[in-house]
Write a protein that binds this ligand. Structure first.
Ligand code: NAG
Ligand code: NAG
Ligand code: NAG
Ligand code: NAG
Length: 403
């Protein structure tokens, strides 16, 4: 069953059909907010998460073995919702009674803590939604919210947690399952840019989609207070990358993904190559953009796979810096990845290389690994704004047709 994977990680090219709804109040017919391992209700962003121990009516916990945990040493910063967890020592599931067949958003909150007997950082497990694997060999070292959009066409919707080994365990802090507006995702018209040009992605809602990035293009930060689906959209300003790429690299993650330098690296490759992170329509070695791009990057031939529109327009030194930066971001181990601050500096620098030959000559050979490696450029040149200058660079993505 775990092999029936149809999860597609679509780097929120869903911006195309998922602009943040601002005012219309959306009242989901199914609306389950569960605080796991807790007997009390917990409020987060004005929403009440019901403790799973309080036996909320239409959600039930299947047999299997699980225990409730409370963080013995909660930090003052950690949200109340994350101070309890349910730990599964054998395959177990929550069942949700679904009133409205159709698209649902499913969010799983993971915030590991050490309770003595169980250090949640060591969990290793799979999660299945109605038998479809949505996470496998999964574990987290910091707070992560995983969000999926899927059609639920059964009245008993099951989310199952399966430890990967006999002595291992799974955990979850909170679960949200709620009806999504039918027009959240359009089945037709979602066009993705691949190497062969625009490709239409059909029947997208029949897949289980994982939200990877949420981009509020040109918008401000929205919190769960003002997004009708309680998503968090962050203002692009914090993440302005190349000012030329800025119009698209208004790239953010929900706060819990912000630690995701890795994900950001993937976005950089998406920007550069004008294709989604995962494109199941491509040949096997090309499906995963990060892997494919790294291969070319390491051969020093990243220029071969960039957006054709950029070919001949982007200076090799700038491309190299951009590629090196993205490569570092997707390093296999977290410790090898740069900080977001370093990433931004390096991208600024890539922009400078693009724009200024003199600076190109001066600094071309700088590495990118640690902070301070990249010379801080005079603020006057860093701060230049406006749509002229390098605005053609990376600019196929300005073409909104495909998004
Ligand atoms: C928890 O919240 C639910 C839903 O709002 C409510 O029906 C229930 O009475 C609350 N339980 C407690 C113990 O406050
Ligand atoms: C879980 O266990 C599998 C098999 O031992 C391993 O390949 C994988 O990396 C582990 N995942 C985590 C998050 O530890
Ligand atoms: C999309 O779904 C419809 C109805 O389920 C089906 O007839 C059609 O073949 C699907 N198209 C693709 C490309 O899968
Ligand atoms: C969204 O809500 C926040 C409070 O969380 C508020 O400060 C902000 O102005 C709101 N933004 C919009 C666009 O309504």
């Amino acid at each position: 069953m775990a092999t029936k994977i149809t999860t597609i990680s679509i780097a929120f090219f869903l911006i195309y059909f998922s602009l943040p709804p601002l005012s219309t109040a959306f009242v989901p017919q199914d609306n389950y907010l569960i605080s796991c391992g807790s007997s009390a209700n917990t409020t987060a962003d004005n929403r009440i998460f019901v403790g799973d121990l309080s036996k909320p009516g239409s959600v039930s916990l299947s047999s299997g073995e699980s225990i409730s945990l409370t963080n013995p040493n909660p930090s003052s910063k950690s949200a109340p919702l994350y101070q309890t967890a349910r730990v599964f020592t054998s395959a177990s599931s929550y069942e949700f009674n679904i009133k409205k067949i159709g698209k649902h958003l499913v969010r799983l909150h993971f915030s590991p803590f050490n309770s003595g007997n169980h250090n949640l950082n060591h969990a290793n497990f799979s999660v299945l939604a109605n038998g479809f694997s949505i996470l496998s060999n999964y574990g987290v070292k910091h707070t992560v919210i995983k969000e999926f959009i899927m059609v639920v066409n059964v009245v008993d919707f099951e989310i199952e947690f399966v430890p990967m080994s006999l002595l291992g365990f799974a955990f979850v802090n909170a679960i949200e399952v709620f009806s999504a507006p039918d027009d959240l995702i359009f089945d037709y018209g979602a066009k993705l840019i691949g190497p062969n040009g625009l490709q239409e992605f059909k029947n997208i809602s029949e897949q289980i989609l994982e939200t990877v990035y949420r981009i509020n293009v040109g918008g401000s930060k929205l919190t769960p207070f003002n997004d009708t689906l309680w998503r968090t959209w962050t203002s692009d300003e914090d993440f302005l990358v190349l000012k030329s790429a800025a119009k698209i690299a208004r790239t953010t993650h929900t706060p819990n993904y912000q630690k995701g330098v890795y994900s950001f690296g993937v976005v950089l490759f998406e920007v550069l190559c004008a294709r989604p992170a995962v494109d199941p329509l491509l040949t096997r070695e090309q499906v995963n953009l990060a892997e494919w791009a790294i291969e070319w990057q390491q051969k020093g031939r990243l220029d071969q796979i960039i957006d054709p529109y950029l070919m001949g327009k982007i200076r090799p030194s700038s491309l190299k810096k951009f590629g090196d930066t993205a490569e570092k971001c997707v390093a296999e181990y977290g410790v090898d990845r740069p900080t977001m601050g370093d990433v931004l500096w390096n991208l600024e620098y890539a922009l400078q290389l693009q724009e200024t030959r003199r600076q190109q000559e001066l600094h071309e050979d700088s590495g990118i690994s640690g902070s301070g490696v990249v010379p801080k450029l005079p603020s006057s040149s860093v701060g230049t704004e406006g749509g002229s200058g390098g605005s053609e660079v990376f600019s196929q993505l300005l073409n909104s047709e495909g998004r």
